[in-house]
Design a protein. Structure first.
Length: 202
């Protein structure tokens, strides 16, 4: 089952409801969804930004205490997986508050490390966590950037990239793997640790 989780950051300009079996809004994201006639199957969160009129329009509401460790987006992703989702696309996860942006990127790592399939999508790029031999499955000429998600990550090898990297450490404080370009398909990156793959959208 494929699920979309919509957070309360910058929203996509195009969203296809028909692509998803389950659509979950994190708290205040429900307003954008309803205004754009997007089906909402559930709303999850502490409801500090969703008003009562929006809540009346949603059948499934999971309300949490305002004082909690998890963000509303975190809880919404958890809910999607609990309902049987085997793939989650996360929207509205960037923009507005920097702390929530960083938390949402960390959630990609959390769930992928646990064996779940998850990807963050916005109008400008998509991102996902990966490790080992990473097949980018991109046509030639696509831009790709890579960031480490843990200490002591090494890029062991790349194939079909304009700027090849071989057996080079990728420290958190040295973000050199920015705007590389694919030269063929498959383009492959081999790592010995977890990284964030970011692909700008044409």
């Amino acid at each position: 089952m494929k699920a979309a989780v919509i957070s309360n950051g910058n929203k996509p300009s195009n969203f296809n409801c028909d692509e998803y079996d389950l659509i979950v809004c994190a708290d205040g994201a429900v307003h954008w969804a309803l205004q754009n006639n997007i089906r909402v199957d559930a709303i999850i969160g502490d409801m500090d930004s969703a008003d009562s009129s929006a809540l009346k329009a949603i059948e499934i509401i999971k309300r949490y205490n305002l004082h909690k460790d998890e963000t509303d987006t975190w809880l919404a992703i958890d809910y999607a997986y609990s309902q049987g989702a085997d793939c989650v696309h996360l929207y509205g996860a960037l923009g507005k508050r920097l702390d929530h942006m960083l938390a949402n990127l960390a959630l990609l790592y959390k769930y992928k490390k646990a064996g779940q399939k998850i990807m963050l999508i916005d109008d400008y790029s998509y991102a996902y966590a990966a490790k080992g031999e990473i097949d980018l499955d991109l046509a030639a000429g696509k831009t790709i950037s890579v960031f480490p998600l843990e200490d002591n990550v090494t890029i062991l090898e790349t194939r079909n990239l304009k700027y090849p990297v071989y057996n080079r450490a990728l420290p958190v404080e040295t973000p050199y793997f920015i705007s590389n370009v694919t030269t063929g398909n498959p383009s492959i990156i081999k790592t010995d640790g977890w990284v964030m793959i970011i692909v700008p959208v044409d």
